[in-house]
Each structure stands twice: as C-alpha cells, then as structure tokens.
Design a protein around this ligand. Structure first.
Ligand SMILES: [Zn+2]
Length: 66
C-alpha cells in the first residue's frame, strides 16, 4: 500500500487547504495557529490522498478593513 506523497505547494483558499489534485475539494480547514506534519487528508471529491505539511502558521488574509 504505497502512496506517492508529492511535496507540492498547498493551495490555501479562504482558510481551507484545497486539494492539489482536483483543485476543487476542500481537504482541511485551517486556523491561524494550525500546524500539521505528514497529515494525510483524503479528498472527498477525487479520492486522492494528499499529505499535508503545515509548519508555520499562515497569516490570516481576511479582509476586515472597515
Ligand atoms: Zn481532490
């Protein structure tokens, strides 16, 4: 049971890790302080498993400029 873990760029959109395979499915919800290492997430959309590595907290890019 080998699964190729590609270390490509993770697509993060609106606080969600987007599946790099189909680029449509949401893999994982991110918080500002979320960290993950070698966390396998299976896309519900295409069924591909992607290993997620989140070392540094992503800066929240929420547009809340009043
Ligand atoms: Zn997918």
């Amino acid at each position: 049971m080998q699964s190729e873990a590609r270390c490509g760029k993770l697509i993060v959109k609106d606080g969600w890790v987007i599946c790099p395979v189909c680029r449509k499915g949401k893999l994982l919800k991110l918080r500002a302080d979320t960290t993950a290492r070698n966390l396998p997430c299976k896309c519900k959309r295409c069924g591909q498993e992607t290993v997620v590595n989140i070392d540094a907290p992503e800066p929240a890019s929420v547009e809340t400029s009043a």
